[in-house]
Design a binder for this molecule. Structure first.
Ligand code: THU
Length: 135
């Protein structure tokens, strides 16, 4: 059983690998699968700025590429180089990617290792357009 605290710690650790020489904003994410595995990710920037990938999508794409499709929760930790922000919200693109694979009650742990809160996907992405709209 992985709790929020352990998932936040995994996100914080993943943040150490952030490649962010342009923004100097370092993000780590840890994604928990329904089967109990953890996939981590960090943001990976690029000299051609739009080629940058966020930490959350790195973690999700790693997991999906390994055959995982069912997810329980994600923890996200971010902040400027040398400090950890009290709160780092996922960007809109990452929220949309979560909506592709995760149910409305999917958990997001946002904050930092010391203090974080639990949110759900439908709280952070209300009125979403998903594959359910296409069926
Ligand atoms: N970033 C993430 O990794 N996740 C988010 O949800 C917010 C933004 C990254 C992208 C970029 O490398 C840096 O933070 C500044 O936007």
């Amino acid at each position: 059983m992985t709790d929020g605290k352990a998932l936040m710690a995994a996100a914080q650790k993943a943040r150490e690998n952030s490649y962010s020489p342009y923004s100097h904003f370092r993000v780590g994410a840890a994604l928990l699968t329904k089967s109990g595995k953890i996939y981590t990710g960090c943001n990976i920037e690029n000299a051609a700025y739009p080629a940058t990938v966020c930490a959350e999508r790195t973690a999700i794409f790693k997991a999906v590429s390994e055959g995982e499709r069912e997810f329980e929760a994600i923890a996200i930790v971010g902040g400027k180089e040398g400090e950890t922000a009290p709160f780092c919200a996922p960007c809109g693109v990452c929220r949309q990617v979560m909506a592709e694979f995760c149910p409305p009650d999917f958990t997001l742990y946002l904050g930092n290792e010391e203090h974080f809160e639990r949110y759900t996907l439908d709280m952070v992405l209300p009125f979403s357009f998903t594959n359910r709209d296409l069926s």
